[in-house]
Design a protein around this ligand. Structure first.
Ligand SMILES: *Cc1c(COP(=O)(O)O)cnc(C)c1O
Length: 250
């Protein structure tokens, strides 16, 4: 089972098993195929096997791939999962469907303002630096609640002004430090689930019209997707288990 179809089926059955172990419906978890460093043709193969959600880390690489795969644009949902600088927000707002790596209000505001009016709102997740690593981006866990409220206020103000919401706040994303066994892997994901719940409760009290949109826990990768699903992940982001090992560190 080394073919693309075989790898995709293997990952799908790992997700299904984890859902059963968690007592969750299989369709409560979305598989995001992380195609960073792999060429457009590799995306095309995985697409042909039935996959529709794809994640990219590097803005320029992603824009090139999205352009090459323009014939599939209406069928693929493109997610940016890598760090985003404020001078790169415009092409991202124009080309992607989701951004998982928002870590400050300014980025959310620019993305929302720059989202073209003819497109559906851009779907945003806030990245949380759950393991507190200096090398990782993301808002500090204790600052998440305030950022959720600030982004929700920004979205409300834009809606009032234009009648168009350029963005929706969908949830949170994290990349915990690698851990050995399943129990150690679950710990940061459990922390994330609690933070997510607390932020959602605050949003319900503050901007109830936006609380229903806040439904996404983007966490879990090739090595730890089971632990993430046991702790409530709704999107798992899987690269190497689908595409193979990456040659460049990424
Ligand atoms: C690369 C990457 C992934 C996928 O990692 P794998 O271990 O290859 O599955 C998921 N999320 C983010 C943010 C990444 O950068």
């Amino acid at each position: 089972m080394n073919s693309v179809i075989g790898k995709l089926q293997t990952v799908q059955s790992r997700i299904a098993q984890a859902c059963r172990a968690a007592g969750r419906p299989v369709d409560s978890v979305t598989l995001l195929a992380v195609s960073k460093t792999f060429p457009a043709e590799a995306v095309r193969e995985v697409f042909a096997a039935g996959q529709r959600e794809f994640g990219e880390n590097y803005v320029q690489e992603a824009l090139d791939k999205i352009a090459t795969l323009a014939d599939l644009r209406s069928q693929i949902t493109w997610h940016l999962i890598g760090p985003l600088q404020s001078n790169k927000t415009r092409p991202v707002a124009e080309a992607f469907d989701w951004v998982h790596s928002v870590d400050r209000l300014k980025i959310a505001q620019r993305l929302s303002e720059q989202r073209p009016a003819g497109l559906p709102p851009l779907q945003l997740c806030l990245q949380v630096n759950i393991s507190g690593e200096a090398s990782k981006s993301g808002v500090a866990p204790e600052a998440l609640g305030d950022l959720v409220i600030a982004v929700a206020d920004m979205i409300s103000a834009q809606r009032d002004g234009s009648g168009l919401g350029g963005a929706r706040l969908r949830g949170v994303m994290c990349i915990p430090e690698a851990a050995g066994d399943e129990a150690a892997q679950r710990k940061p994901f459990a922390d994330m689930r609690r933070l997510f719940g607390a932020a959602r409760d605050r949003l319900r009290g503050h901007a109830p019209d936006q609380a229903a949109d806040f439904d996404t826990l983007s966490m879990g990768m090739s090595a730890d997707l089971k632990a993430a699903i046991l702790e409530g992940a709704t999107i798992v982001r899987v690269g190497s288990a689908l595409f193979g090992a990456r040659s460049a560190p990424a």
